[in-house]
Ligand binder design. Structure first.
Ligand code: SAH
Ligand code: SF4
Ligand code: F3S
Length: 491
């Protein structure tokens, strides 16, 4: 089942399929002064959302400071890591299949260690050691600082597990090693965890409580990236609009959430503004916004700064208020449509995309029709669409019956995909004749003589290579399109 649109975006912001890290072999330039190479190599493979890819860059930094070098060839690795995702059953199945493939490596090189990181590690804990006999290390998303200890334990023949979740860990002081980077665009994690408890979602269980990172460290990371030649950053969090930080020791934890916006509290709109000002020549994106928290202040900041991209990913999940209530999304259709209206009013020509789930518990044909009608009303530029997959331990798994037959879920999924394709095509056709500023990200996957990049609305544009370089900003006039891509010519 193709869950994602097949476009040219090199880094999807939603769940990705396999991406073997294309990092170069020498990390030495990223290594702290005084750290000597230990002669060992690690290989890391990442699954799931952008947060996970961003975490792999933190892991690479921790390992490089232990003296490890990285490799893209797992056959020569002393340490093989898989950073995993639990969001849907098929995401976990993919990892299990991959682990089976790794059995051969372990046979050829019994000294090699295999470690599972990320959300599946957190969800299954030491069960992974029992079920998958070849796993030596299990580390959850908040345990990466202890990887060096876990590796020593595993080297000593012990099974090494750390799946403790933290209320404080943000890895704020760790400078990520940019893996598989195009050198143009990078992620910055601004917060971790999620407190939202959407009933279908495993993330609050795998990533723990929501916590924001010190804004000073975020701005510094953006500035460092700019100095290294990057042209675009994406601020990442499961729910960026609930970003909240205070230096005031009296405003910790729950009190911080309740505190009124004041000089003592930095909220997401403030952070966005701070970042936009600190790196005025860099494009700034962010993901993901939650409809209940995305208020007008963020939209006004977006409008005020040219370097903040005019694009919002605003997952709706369903167009039916009863289903939204069962999903515990804490907004209804009317509230959601009010937010769309605010985006269109405050930021004309803003790109909007969404996530949709089909076949959630008890969803009737009429409920599903509401999702279709909402999609038509909003006219999303793009959608990420999934059929519901029950996740053990979630509120929905405990409270509701997963009662929509798989064929119906899948049929509805293909109907939303078909609808979105027709909407995307219509919206893309409206862009024909327009000129956009495009940040060039690289050579088109389909044609070596073409480059691709994105406009501020996050639409991918492909155009003939006329000696332009990756990382350049160019003006491109749209001449044609498909439902996934705009085609154009350089001006
Ligand atoms: N924090 C993000 C979501 C991260 S998960 C947000 O709130 O938007 C990305 C998407 O996966 C979700 O928006 C949802 O559409 C989908 N998803 C999550 N759990 C799912 C499940 N159990 N079955 C199917 N899709 C799911
Ligand atoms: Fe999951 Fe909801 Fe949190 Fe997103 S906001 S990560 S869907 S619980
Ligand atoms: Fe991301 Fe998957 Fe975990 S979507 S937060 S890696 S469950």
């Amino acid at each position: 089942m193709k869950e994602l649109y097949n476009n040219e975006v090199s880094f999807e912001l939603r769940e990705k399929t396999i991406d073997e890290s294309k990092q170069g072999s020498a990390l030495s330039k990223d290594r702290k002064e005084g750290v000597k190479a230990n002669g060992k190599k690690f290989y890391i493979e990442s699954y799931g959302c952008a947060m996970n890819f961003s975490d792999s860059e933190i892991v690479a930094s921790i390992l490089s400071n232990e003296g490890f070098d990285s490799t893209t060839n797992h056959d020569e690795a002393d340490l093989i890591l898989i950073n995993t995702c639990s969001i849907r059953d098929n995401a976990e199945q993919r990892v299990r299949a991959r682990l089976k493939n790794f059995q051969g490596i372990k046979k050829r090189n019994p000294a090699a260690l295999i470690g599972i990181l990320g959300c599946m590690a957190e969800r299954l804990k030491d069960k992974l050691l029992e079920e998958e006999k070849l796993v030596d290390i299990v580390a959850g998303p908040d345990a990466y600082r202890t990887l060096p200890d876990l590796i020593s334990e595993a080297d000593g023949g012990q099974k090494a597990v750390n799946v403790l979740l933290s209320r404080e860990e943000t890895y704020a002081d760790i400078s990520p090693v940019r893996l598989a980077s195009n050198g143009v665009s990078a992620f910055i994690s601004i917060m971790r965890g999620c407190d939202n408890m959407c009933s279908f979602c495993v993330v609050p269980f795998t990533r723990g409580r929501e916590r924001s990172r010190d804004p000073k460290s975020i701005v510094k990371e953006a500035q460092d990236l700019y100095e290294k030649g990057f042209k675009e950053v994406t601020l990442l969090g499961q729910n960026v609009d609930s970003f909240r930080w205070s230096e005031d020791p009296k405003l910790k934890g729950k009190r911080l959430i309740e505190a009124k916006d004041s000089e003592n509290v930095v909220n997401f709109a403030n952070l966005l503004e701070m970042t936009a000002k600190a790196v005025p020549n860099m494009r700034i994106r962010f993901s993901t916004s939650h409809p209940k928290d995305m208020l007008d202040d963020v939209l006004h900041v977006m409008m005020r700064y040219d370097n903040i991209c005019k694009y919002i990913h605003l997952p709706v999940q369903s167009g039916n208020s009863r289903v939204l209530d069962m999903m515990n999304r804490t907004y209804d259709r009317e509230w959601y449509m009010n937010r769309i209206e605010a985006i269109n009013r405050i930021i004309p020509d803003c790109g909007i995309s969404t996530d949709v789930i089909t076949g959630f518990c008890s969803e009737s044909e009429e409920d599903f029709q509401d999702t279709l009608s909402l999609m038509k009303e909003v006219e999303y530029d793009m959608s990420y669409m999934f059929f519901y997959s029950e996740r053990p331990g979630t509120l929905a798994a405990k409270r509701y019956k997963d009662d929509i037959p798989l064929e119906v879920k899948k049929k509805r999924l293909s109907r939303v995909i078909e609808l979105q394709q027709s909407i995307s095509l219509k919206k893309n056709k409206e862009d024909i004749g327009k000129t956009f500023e495009v940040l060039v990200e690289g050579v088109s996957k389909k044609s070596k003589t073409h480059l691709y990049g994105r406009n501020t609305q996050n639409k991918v544009i492909v155009f003939p290579d006329e000696g332009i370089r990756k990382g350049d900003f160019v003006n491109v006039k749209v001449t044609d399109c498909t439902s996934a891509t705009l085609l154009g010519e350089l001006l």
